[in-house]
Design a protein around this ligand. Structure first.
Ligand SMILES: C[S@@+](CC[C@H](N)C(=O)[O-])C[C@H]1O[C@@H](n2cnc3c(N)ncnc32)[C@H](O)[C@@H]1O
Length: 208
């Protein structure tokens, strides 16, 4: 599918969701990062910016990348409104064709799923290589379908975190898998409804 249609699709998804003044961070991010010293972070597919704003409040400098100009513009405005514009840089990036430059202490990819072609293993490999020594890559994928998901395909398959790690193909002498599991949680959808969902969590650390 074309680049234009991917942009149109994701702009439409974001525009259809009401803009919020205080988007919530993902729980897998907060539970993982709270124990880490702040540094430089990269958020891949940042969406409404809840993770980027939370990281900035926790002292991180954040590059937040998304294919959607709607998402990027909203996050830029929110960062300014919350006085976090010096710590959050939102950039429109199509990860199919480019990857944000820089070296990071944390790269986070939460629910980086799309109906368009995206070589996720290549993107996540680039993310692992963009880590500074001692840095971490946190990949959180859906492990089940929520009622409000854009993807209601009953045949959809959710690769286990171990499969995601194997797909990235990292040298175990340099990158260590610190976490690979499938916790469940009660999630809240954009309209306030709740449902139990499964996350697939992969945390990889680059050797110091
Ligand atoms: C399912 S949403 C997850 C958003 C956010 N990380 C969260 O946890 O709420 C997937 C995000 O990836 C973005 N995205 C999809 N394809 C992309 C691409 N090729 N390059 C960059 N971002 C992309 C979408 O615009 C969307 O914000």
């Amino acid at each position: 599918m074309s680049s234009t249609s991917a942009v149109t699709f994701w702009d439409g998804v974001h525009a259809a969701r009401p803009a919020t003044d205080s988007p919530s961070p993902n729980v897998r991010l907060t539970e993982t990062v709270t124990a880490l010293p702040p540094g430089e972070a990269l958020d891949l597919g940042c969406g409404n910016g809840g993770d980027a704003l939370w990281l900035a409040r926790a002292g991180w400098r954040v590059t937040a990348a998304d294919i959607s100009a709607v998402a990027v513009d909203r996050l830029t405005a929110l960062a300014r409104a919350h006085g976090l514009h010096d710590r959050v840089t939102a950039v429109r990036t199509d990860l199919r064709t480019s990857f944000p430059p820089g070296a990071f202490d944390l790269v986070s990819a939460h629910y980086l799923h799309t109906p368009y072609d995206l070589d996720r293993p290549a993107v996540l490999r680039a993310a692992a290589h963009a880590l500074r020594p001692g840095g971490r890559l946190l990949v959180v994928d859906h492990g089940s379908t929520a009622p409000w998901s854009w993807n209601q395909d009953p045949g959809v398959r959710f690769p286990a975190p171990e499969e995601v790690a194997a797909g990235i193909g990292l040298d175990p002498a340099v990158w260590t898998v610190e976490r690979a599991d499938a916790p469940r949680r009660i999630a809240t959808g954009p309209d306030g409804g709740t449902a139990e969902v499964t996350d697939h969590v992969l945390l990889v650390r680059r050797a110091g």
